[in-house]
Design a protein around this ligand. Structure first.
Ligand SMILES: NC(=O)c1ccc[n+]([C@@H]2O[C@H](COP(=O)([O-])OP(=O)(O)OC[C@H]3O[C@@H](n4cnc5c(N)ncnc54)[C@H](O)[C@@H]3O)[C@@H](O)[C@H]2O)c1
Ligand SMILES: [Fe+2]
Length: 381
């Protein structure tokens, strides 16, 4: 077996009420002031306050930074770096979905590695020398799993592209995965972020670099999502808890082994049309599963079984179709659209070039040509 590297959080907390651990963590480290990165809607709807109220009750000083938009931009990071410096904070708490956690990751990396202050030079595997500032990450979607990954994704508005940064120095020190932080998600957001997690699990399970350790995490995540996403969309607390765990478990895996072209195409749609990441992933996933099916050995059999399908007596073509159908059905049941009205004929050449150049593309089990990318994008029209 080849040598495989696995990077994980130092500590993670899971379960209803996990955020109550935060003041104790801060005090045990002797930190004085938190830089809290969160987005404006989370501040407005009182989600951020669930954590900042705990800080207040425990006399822990903090500065709130909320200039963060979904599909966060280079500007969000640059303003954040200035705000961090002005705050005189000595650690960071990121509260939000992938957008808040990713912005916080980029800010923390630049604070401790100022030679990357232009942000763009962090694309790909950036040779940073120092760890990010000490970070406690609190996800509010279920979700990207960015609290346990070595990646972050930033949008270059000028060049109309999202770029992925891969850097073990950015993994948060502590992840606090509390399903109650996700309870305020509306149905559509629960559905789309849950389908993002399923895309991580299926792409991570079938990606070129997958191996035994990532496979067992991804298969467990697929089982949890198949059993819990519909319930989470109905705001059932057990469903929420199952999804909070599932999105974390698969993130442990994909962060280390990579993804595939459903993500390459989703990143491109996010950059060009500002399509929410989860929606873009959910729309691409069944299309890409169909494209990859001949290159996945017996893996779709395990995926079908993780969805509770009895594959006894099924030949390869049948169980592969059963796995794709199960994913498509889940996507329909939770209300994901199958067409993207914004997608325009004249944008196709740029979309295909951009997806082919994305950092996730080399991990796909089947290489895709520009023509094949176009065929797949066309299925959304
Ligand atoms: N770092 C990684 O490893 C990684 C992995 C996958 C995706 N991403 C990136 O993460 C971003 C997407 O993150 P996301 O899907 O978690 O969504 P998000 O952070 O972009 O948030 C989307 C919207 O949902 C709202 N929201 C979040 N939590 C809520 C809650 N509990 N209640 C009510 N509203 C809530 C936010 O305010 C925001 O308006 C994309 O930029 C994507 O590329 C990063
Ligand atoms: Fe994703």
């Amino acid at each position: 077996m080849a040598v495989n590297r696995f990077v994980l959080n130092g500590i993670s907390y899971h379960g209803h009420g996990a955020i109550n651990e935060i003041p104790g963590i801060v005090k045990s480290k002797g930190f004085k002031k938190a830089f809290v990165a969160s987005d404006p809607d989370l501040v407005k709807f009182g989600v951020t306050a669930k954590v900042t109220d705990l800080l207040k009750e425990n006399s822990i000083e903090y500065e709130l930074y909320s200039d963060i938009k979904p599909n966060p931009t280079i500007e969000n990071v640059l303003h954040g770096v200035d705000a961090y410096k002005a705050s005189e904070a000595d650690f960071m708490i990121t509260i939000g979905g992938g957008s808040s956690m990713d912005t916080g990751k980029a800010i923390g990396i630049i604070i401790n590695n100022p030679e990357f202050a232009d942000v763009r030079s962090l694309e790909g595997v950036a040779p940073t020398k120092k760890r990010t500032v000490f970070t406690i990450a609190v996800p509010t979607t279920g979700g990207t799993g960015a609290e346990s990954t070595i990646n972050y994704v930033i949008t270059d508005v000028e060049k109309k592209r999202k770029f992925v940064c891969v850097d073990p120095n950015d993994i948060p020190d502590v992840a606090v995965v509390d399903p109650d932080m996700m309870a305020s998600m509306p149905k559509g957001l629960t559905a789309s972020t849950g389908m993002d997690a399923l895309t991580h699990a299926i792409e991570g399970y079938t990606t070129a670099g997958a191996w035994e350790l990532s496979d067992c995490l991804d298969l467990e995540a697929i089982k949890l999502i198949a059993a819990n996403l519909r319930k989470a969309v109905e705001n059932d607390p057990d469903g929420r808890e199952g999804m909070a765990l599932a999105q974390y478990v698969t993130a442990m895996a994909y962060s280390n082994v990579g993804l595939g072209i459903a993500h390459s195409m989703a990143h491109t749609l996010g950059a060009v049309y500002d399509t929410p990441h989860g929606v873009a992933c959910a729309m691409m996933l069944p299309i890409v599963m169909e494209f990859n099916k001949e290159y996945t050995g017996e893996k779709y059999k395990s995926i079908a079984e993780a969805f509770g399908i009895d594959t006894t007596g099924m030949d390869q073509a049948t169980y592969r179709q059963a796995a794709i159908d199960a994913v498509q059905q889940l996507s329909i049941d939770v209300g994901i659209p199958t067409k993207l009205e914004k997608l325009k004929e004249e944008d196709l050449p740029f979309l295909c070039e951009s997806a082919a150049a994305d950092a996730c593309a080399p991990g796909n089990p089947r290489p895709a040509s520009l023509e094949q990318f176009e065929e797949m994008f066309r299925k959304l029209m």
